[in-house]
Design a protein around this ligand. Structure first.
Ligand SMILES: Cc1cc2nc3c(=O)[nH]c(=O)nc-3n(C[C@H](O)[C@H](O)[C@H](O)COP(=O)(O)O)c2cc1C
Length: 266
């Protein structure tokens, strides 16, 4: 088993981040869990992991040593690719900080694999009793996108986005909660936030659209032929932002002091 501890500084430039990354490799041995911790100070751990394995006194036979050496080399390689993947992913806090409502989109289509990754991340959202009541209709058809914009109080920018997500959810009653029939909305809001953040991490802009009245809701259901058991909870255009400044620090937000108190309401 190879364990990498990542001590990258959040604000440091990329080469410096890499330089500051400390590698620790922990090589387990053939005798179940005994291991040696090796600090390899900035280099991929291949050679030190190998030496640690070979030096281990519990592995006497040359064959056992060879097997372990191969295992260590393979583990080090997969650890390295994991590290490289990690290094290229967006910082979690950066994703949250720079997600903004985007109301102008390029017409460029979203590649299928990108869209798939967004959905694949969003589906991990938690829900009460793990019910996962959400369903998404991803609308690419232009005429339908225009109709959706019309049903949402003529918010025309919605139709500009190459994909408009219509997020639906199945109603259910949560008898353990005082909000009973409304829990499906809580679940689905979490799912939608996962969608928006996963999209941001892919360089995609989104905007929550909750402004459609009962008539609009009926129209959306009719347009997409949704079953009676499901409501449309939110609409979300998704696409590459028209403006390079679209992802920026949030506007006004309440301070932590305004929204948090400890031990009692203050
Ligand atoms: C539940 C919900 C409904 C919203 N409905 C709309 C909407 O119909 N149209 C719109 O332009 N923005 C809508 N927004 C976006 C908010 O106006 C926006 O999130 C808020 O002003 C904060 O700005 P930011 O998203 O850029 O940080 C909605 C946001 C939420 C969470």
């Amino acid at each position: 088993m190879i364990l990498f501890l990542d001590f990258r500084g959040r604000d440091a430039p990329a080469p410096f981040i890499l330089q500051r990354t400390l590698w620790f490799s922990f090589s387990t041995t053939c005798n179940g869990g005994l291991g040696s911790l090796v600090k390899s100070g900035g280099k991929p751990p291949h050679s030190k992991a190998l030496r640690a394995v070979q030096a281990n006194s519990f592995c006497q036979s040359p064959r056992a040593k060879r097997t372990l050496a191969t295992k260590a080399r393979l583990a080090a390689q997969s650890g390295l690719s994991l590290f490289l993947k990690e290094a290229s992913a967006m910082d979690f806090h950066e994703v949250i900080r720079t997600r903004r409502s985007v109301r102008a989109y390029k017409s460029n289509p979203i590649p299928d694999d990108v869209l798939q990754r967004v959905f694949d991340t969003a589906r991990l959202a938690p829900s009460a009793n793990n019910i996962q009541p959400w369903r998404v209709v991803a609308v690419r058809d232009e005429a339908k996108r225009r109709e959706i914009a019309h049903l949402c109080y003529e918010q025309d920018f919605i139709a500009q986005a190459p994909v408009v997500l219509v997020i639906c959810a199945e109603r259910y009653r949560d008898s353990y909660s005082w909000i009973e029939n409304h829990m499906f909305l809580v679940d689905t809001a979490i799912f939608i936030d996962h969608l928006a953040l996963a999209a941001r991490a892919e360089g995609l802009g989104t905007c929550w659209i909750g402004a459609f009245d009962a008539q609009g809701h009926k129209g959306l259901k009719r347009l997409l032929d949704t079953p009676d058991s499901h409501d449309v909870v939110m609409v979300m255009p998704m696409g590459y932002p028209e403006r390079p400044t679209a992802f920026r620090d949030p506007g006004h937000r309440k301070s932590v002091g305004e929204i948090v108190s400890f031990d009692a309401w203050r």
